[in-house]
Design a protein around this ligand. Structure first.
Ligand SMILES: *[C@@H]1O[C@H](CO)[C@@H](O)[C@H](O)[C@H]1NC(C)=O
Ligand SMILES: *[C@@H]1O[C@H](CO)[C@@H](O)[C@H](O)[C@H]1NC(C)=O
Length: 426
């Protein structure tokens, strides 16, 4: 048995500890000055992960009502057709022109959702692959424009939330098998190492979108452990004690931010971690029943929860100007809306006409309201958090959700800091 028994040995042990300390506490050189410069960005939703409401035509064109997500798209559409439609979509839905327009809109980040199946399909999973060359293009386009990418794993094996936007709609099963979790960690390890030297263009990796912490304690427990594993995988990408420069972004798993106090902040000896929270105002009967002034107050009232949490960099990684669930297929392909009472269990609030679809059907009063929603939220998220990433840049037919259409229609300013309603939140 060895022990530190002499003063010299004790001193050398103390020196060894001191020698370790600087590598733990030395500041990391992040690819974006999180915490001192405000994140302003857009999501590239519906591109490398299909969502029925973002591109309903891709789903309607199947003529098959069983196709409700990317998994069933691969399962029920003839492989040659699926491959050709998806490749055409990846080639055309987002191009370098979009990155140029995003840059010109005064934004500094794009969040790029991608599913695990881009790297790994096994066990007969029917996904069509071929996304990775488009990820590579996106990185080049972002670099060309000086935009930063949040690389966002939006779907994990088995689905972490059962939402169609995880790839597979239904019951979350990611957390039920160690193999699912191991496959997810393996992808994160791979991409963290692959992009470790490119943290100037991919400064931050979001290792799992929206794990459904509300579904079960077990899912929440698995998520907590997964975030710890992600910390190792992303912050120490070389598999040794050398720290990388890539920031880890965890998601709040639908828990209040206060739940994550003391989980991964500097008090735990960690650094380089951000938390993502998503703020929507249409996914309950009570929310869609609010009138416009209640929606604005609700937006401003996020200040309380956001400002109270200071343990990690905090980014509102999804939010929108839309205030209803009227967008076709927003609640799933073939599913109606709470707002007009076509979703079962939802009392009708009113007609969706004029609240969703083409800008040409929007009244000037509605466009003013959308502008107020934009300003109330950006003001709140910039004052009380480290910034925001809008959901989403482009949609086929639902302009109230589209940043691009908001710019064209005037309810999103061409410089995101321009205010028509600077005192809207007091
Ligand atoms: C860790 O691995 C990286 C990449 O191989 C290497 O550059 C670095 O020196 C290693 N660090 C230590 C402490 O061994
Ligand atoms: C919105 O609803 C609140 C609460 O019911 C009410 O006090 C307010 O007058 C309503 N505002 C408008 C513009 O209808």
């Amino acid at each position: 048995m060895r022990s530190c028994s002499t003063p010299a040995m004790m001193r050398s042990a103390q020196l060894a500890l001191l020698a370790l300390a600087p590598s733990v506490v030395s500041a990391i050189t992040t690819g974006f000055p999180y915490g001192s410069t405000t994140v302003r960005g857009v999501n590239l939703g519906g591109w490398l992960v299909l969502e029925p409401w973002i591109t309903p035509s891709i789903f309607d064109n199947t003529g098959d009502s069983r196709v409700v997500d990317e998994y069933t798209y691969g399962q029920f559409v003839a492989r040659a057709t699926a491959t050709s439609v998806l490749n055409n979509h990846w080639n055309t839905f987002i191009t370098e022109q979009d990155f140029i327009a995003i840059k010109n809109a005064g934004l500094n980040h794009v969040r790029l959702p991608i599913g695990y199946w881009a790297w790994d399909v096994s066990g007969g999973e029917p996904y069509v692959q071929g996304q990775l060359p488009f990820l590579a293009k996106a990185i080049t386009w972002a670099q060309n424009q000086g935009l930063k990418i949040v690389l966002d794993l939006h779907g994990a094996p088995g689905s972490q939330n059962g939402f169609d936007n995880s790839g597979q709609k239904g019951t979350p099963r990611w957390q039920t098998s160690q193999s699912n979790i191991d496959r997810t960690n393996a992808i994160i390890k791979k991409i963290a190492l692959q992009y470790a030297s490119q943290s100037s263009v991919i400064p931050i990796i979001a290792t799992l979108n929206e794990p459904a912490g509300f579904f079960s304690q077990q899912l929440l427990d698995v998520t907590r452990q997964y975030w710890y594993d992600s910390y190792g995988n992303v912050r120490f990408p070389f598999g040794n004690s050398t720290q990388g420069n890539t920031v880890l972004m965890i998601h709040d798993a639908f828990q209040p931010l206060s739940y994550w106090n003391g989980f991964m902040g500097t008090s735990t000896g960690r650094q380089g971690v951000a938390i993502d929270t998503h703020i929507y105002q249409m996914f309950s009967n009570a929310l869609v029943a609010m009138n416009n002034s209640q929606h604005i107050s609700n937006a401003c009232n996020n200040a309380g929860e956001l400002s109270a949490f200071n343990d990690l960099w905090k980014i509102v990684g999804e939010w929108t100007t839309a205030a209803t669930d009227c967008a076709k297929y927003l609640n799933g392909r073939g599913t109606g809306a709470r707002y007009d009472g076509t979703l079962s269990g939802s009392p009708r609030v009113g007609s969706c006409t004029g609240l969703t679809g083409s800008t040409s059907t929007f009244s000037s009063a509605y466009k003013t309201f959308l502008r107020q929603m934009f300003e109330a939220q950006t003001i709140t998220f910039e004052r009380n958090a480290n910034g925001w990433i809008y959901w989403t840049w482009k949609t086929e037919i639902t302009d109230e959700w589209s940043y691009q259409k908001g710019l064209a229609g005037g309810w999103i300013p061409s410089n995101p800091g321009t205010r028509q309603f600077p005192t809207i939140c007091g």
